[in-house]
Design a protein around this ligand. Structure first.
Ligand SMILES: Nc1nc2c(c(=O)[nH]1)N[C@H]1C(S)=C(S)[C@@H](COP(=O)(O)OP(=O)(O)OC[C@H]3O[C@@H](n4cnc5c(=O)[nH]c(N)nc54)[C@H](O)[C@@H]3O)O[C@H]1N2
Ligand SMILES: Nc1nc2c(c(=O)[nH]1)N[C@H]1C(S)=C(S)[C@@H](COP(=O)(O)OP(=O)(O)OC[C@H]3O[C@@H](n4cnc5c(=O)[nH]c(N)nc54)[C@H](O)[C@@H]3O)O[C@H]1N2
Ligand code: SF4
Ligand SMILES: [Mo]
Length: 783
């Protein structure tokens, strides 16, 4: 517990003045001509590609953004979202002061008042009902901020709650589970070696809109084109003919939700036709024969109808995969947020393994980021346990210490002992991003206390009693802790704030630190106490670890060597120095440190991905466990899908290049043109349902209804309709007027939250049955 772990010095300082961390603005290529303009670097936080941007700054305003041509990784690439950085940064509807609810109304307050209100709101509930009365919800932008990487783990251990809900169970949790089971480490996610592969089989991903996910690659589109240009092959599996599919040699318009069947059939063919070749992996893998048995029934002929892909095509695909000099199989959203998400994610890496492509250049490799733990000798590990506890109401097993986000509402609105009474929501808008937002909306309204760390007063944060707004991104420093560990090249880049923190703003790291102190009973202690505690603990461990570079050294002496102007910077310095490329506090003077990184404002390239097996393995056997027991136990469910008679329409989502989940719709330049919340439907399905282009359609699902204008297009396959998520900005009490002017509809209201991938607790967001009825012409205001 943090409250106990905090050092005496911090305790002594309790009640003392709260210092705002001083910060310097980094301006590595200052151009300050007479007109007052200058440029500054900032890594883009708007998607996983992590492009380096060169911002034009006038006074304190960002007036332009272009790709940083000297960035060691992104080399000048930028997309329309990055180009809109200034508009987003300067959005006048961002909150600039904390809000505190008094007499039912949210009003601006000082930071001290806001944290007082948090302490007064949460502490009594913890004391009365115990730690599990407080839930934590972590949304997607936490992986795009330094604060989100560094502080939530501390918050969670401080609170000691088991009620953690994150965007992962609306997203990539199946991949964590499959990696946890296969490799013993849920964070060991193989990344397709885009730049060197000869063959890419890409399923359920649309990087031409998303710019890539679980595969950090600035200019993903350019890298796919380069693959084709060097004679490589690209197959895209997607129920929609996306812009990514347009780039491919072959597009397979699979029936939604059936990728696991297709992948199982590919494994089947490899085994049946003796096309497996583990190469150097052979000594590191167990369970190959068992996998062969497990997929025996999944012949191409058996899955063809369910997938709506011809058996001969499946055989060809398997043979091509096996024959390619190198190949990578890569699955994303369309293989994760589906009924068989974990099985599909597992099969992706089974295919990579059986073709010898796991962990080899040109295949799927494990990155080694600068803040990863320094490599240690291969050794059997603890393995990966699922279901160490279960949720109170639905009995959902814990996964990676999380409960499914679909279970959040019921944990709040179901009476009884252990009910969730308070919530800390950080960078999350589950009212729109999770199934059945209406229920969650009602549940949030019934909480005793809620605090949101969010720059917007939106569908979720409007329920908070306290809203703590972080400053706009130009005022924040940036390092990609998460995405560098998923990148197609090892590299490290750090940018300080491009604009000084404006008066009245608090750095998000400091917001998190003060929040932790407020909920821990240390309210009022200086925020650096949190960082000091983490540093002290990390160094204390490091000096006793024979695999670290600092055995036997004095933690206090090491702490004194850390540089950095803020607690977050000192922690980054610590991680870099103890990391795989680090200077080891002097052990390798050429090694990485914060100071070294600051000397290289465009980043430091650490080379292409390299083979890392068996060192990454943390399974009990010390090998890749190709048929883990929980996976084997889930296979009968997949067998059941073989005999289904597909009937009716199913819903899938889609992303648009100028959007990002639920929160960019308030930026005018990003919210127009083709970025609209329309229901895409194949013309034949439309004709059958009596739906014409542009007409309003009522869509009905298990969780409710939504209404959207129809967009007739042959890019969606028959039997499938597509609505984007993150819309539905028509609830009262928000302060996002631009978004509310074109609210769109909330696709997630069609879901009732009962469908999930059982092994990962991930919501089924794609391949969900819906019914349509025409409902007349599109009303004026949604045009
Ligand atoms: N139907 C359907 N639903 C989906 C998906 C889908 O494909 N289909 N995708 C799912 C996926 S992959 C994800 S990741 C989730 C995302 O769902 P959420 O994690 O809920 O993410 P967002 O909807 O993007 O909301 C992000 C919130 O963070 C706030 N924010 C933005 N920048 C910052 C910042 O710097 N600091 C802080 N503290 N807050 C910030 C925004 O104002 C917003 O309130 O949605 C999921 N929902
Ligand atoms: N512009 C933009 N970029 C983003 C985001 C955004 O909202 N907008 N969100 C970010 C986030 S949080 C994430 S997680 C990533 C996601 O990145 P991606 O995984 O690339 O996400 P999508 O673009 O949703 O692509 C998913 C594709 O799966 C298809 N699909 C649906 N169901 C199935 C199925 O059953 N099988 C198969 N094979 N395909 C299916 C859909 O038609 C869609 O084209 O994008 C990130 N980048
Ligand atoms: S691709 Fe992603 S990281 Fe790059 S500029 Fe666009 S939004 Fe930013
Ligand atoms: Mo996501």
């Amino acid at each position: 517990m943090l409250a106990l772990g905090l050092c005496a010095a911090a305790a002594a300082a309790q009640g003392g003045p709260v210092s705002r961390n001083a910060r310097t603005v980094q301006d590595p290529s200052p151009t300050t001509p007479a007109d007052g303009r200058r440029t500054a670097l900032r890594i883009c936080p708007l998607c996983e590609a992590t492009c380096g941007l060169t911002l034009t700054v006038e006074g304190t305003r960002v007036t332009g953004a272009r790709g940083d041509r000297d960035d060691v990784f992104s080399r000048g690439f930028i997309c329309p979202k990055g180009a809109a950085f200034g508009a987003l940064d300067g959005d006048p509807d961002r909150l600039t002061r904390p809000l505190v609810r008094r007499d039912g109304v949210l009003r601006e307050a000082s930071w001290d008042e806001a944290f007082d209100a948090v302490a007064a709101g949460i502490r009594p509930l913890v004391e009365r009902y115990g730690p599990n009365a407080v839930g934590v919800v972590l949304g997607n932008p936490n992986v795009h901020t330094m604060a989100g990487a560094l502080y939530p783990p501390v918050l969670l251990s401080t609170l000691g709650t088991r009620n953690l809900f994150t965007a992962s169970t609306l997203d990539q949790m199946p991949k964590h589970v499959s990696s946890g089971l296969l490799f013993g480490d849920p964070m060991a996610i193989p990344v397709p070696d885009l730049d060197r592969t000869d063959h890419l089989l890409l399923l359920g991903a649309n990087p031409l809109e998303s710019n890539g996910s679980l595969c950090t690659a600035p200019d993903f589109p350019g890298r796919l084109k380069a693959l084709r240009e060097r004679g490589g092959r690209l197959t895209v599996v997607d129920p929609r003919r996306t812009r990514t599919a347009d780039l491919a040699d072959r597009h397979l318009a699979i029936r939604p939700g059936t990728d696991a069947l297709l992948l199982a059939a590919l494994v089947h063919v490899l085994c049946e036709e003796d096309l497996t070749d583990l190469g150097r992996l052979a000594g590191y893998v167990e369970g190959v024969a068992q996998v062969q048995d497990a997929v025996a029934e999944f012949t191409p002929e058996a899955v063809a109808d369910a997938c709506d892909i011809e058996a001969a095509t499946i055989r060809t695909l398997a043979r091509e995969l096996a024959a390619a000099p190198t190949a990578a199989v890569y699955g994303r959203i369309g293989t994760c947020t589906v009924e068989f998400g974990t099985l599909a994610s597992w099969l992706v890496d089974v295919l990579n393994t059986l073709t010898g492509n796991l962990d080899r250049p040109g295949g799927a490799l494990f990155p080694l980021s600068a803040t990863d733990r320094a490599p240690r000798p291969a050794a059997p590990g603890k393995g990966f346990a699922l279901g160490r506890w279960a949720s109170r109401v639905g009995g959902h097993p814990e996964v990676k210490s999380e409960l499914p986000t679909v279970a959040l509402a019921e944990e709040i609105d179901t009476p009884g002992e252990g009910r969730l009474r308070a919530l800390v929501a950080i960078a999350a808008n589950p009212v729109l991003s999770a199934p059945d937002g209406d229920r969650l909306d009602r549940a949030l309204a019934g909480l005793d206390f809620m605090v949101s760390v969010d720059p917007y007063l939106n569908e979720t944060s409007r329920h908070a009693h306290v809203v703590l707004p972080p400053p706009p991104p130009a005022q924040s420093a940036h390092y990609d802790f998460a995405f560098n560990a998923l990148a197609v090249r090892n590299q490290a880049r750090y940018t300080r704030g491009a604009v000084p923190l404006q008066d009245g703003a608090l750095d998000e790291c400091e917001i998190h630190a003060r929040l932790i102190l407020a909920v821990s009973g240390m309210h009022g202690a200086p925020p650096h106490a949190v960082d000091d505690m983490v540093i002290e603990r990390a160094l204390g461990k490091a000096v006793t670890d024979p695999h670290q570079a600092v055995p036997g050294r004095d933690p206090k002496e090491l702490a004194a060597l850390l540089t950095g102007e803020t607690g977050a910077e000192r922690r980054l310095d610590l991680m870099l120095r103890l990391g795989p490329y680090g200077d080891g506090f002097g052990a390798d003077p050429e090694g990485l440190s914060l100071a070294r990184l600051l000397d290289h404002p465009h980043g430091i390239d650490l080379g292409p991905l390299t083979s890392r097996l068996p060192q990454v393995l943390r399974t009990r056997s010390g090998r890749v466990e190709l048929l883990p027991a929980p996976v084997a136990a889930d296979l009968p469910r997949l067998r059941g899908a073989l005999d289904r008679d597909p009937d009716g329409l199913v819903l899938v989502g889609r992303r648009h290049l100028r959007s990002n989940n639920s929160w960019l719709h308030n930026v005018p330049v990003l919210n127009r043109g083709s970025n609209r919340c329309t229901l895409q439907i194949h013309p034949e399905d439309a004709a059958r349902a009596g739906i014409t282009d542009g007409a309003n359609v009522r869509v009905k699902g298990a969780g409710g209804e939504a209404e959207a204008p129809a967009e007739l297009t042959e890019t969606v396959r028959r039997g499938v309709v597509s609505l984007p998520h993150g819309w539905g900005h028509d609830r009262p009490g928000t302060r996002t007027p631009v978004a509310s002017a074109t609210p769109g509809t909330n696709s997630n209201q069609l879901l009732d939250g009962t469908l999930l991938d059982p092994l990962s607790g991930t919501a089924v967001l794609n391949g969900v049955p819906v019914l349509l009825t025409p409902s007349g012409p599109e009303p004026e205001e949604t045009l």
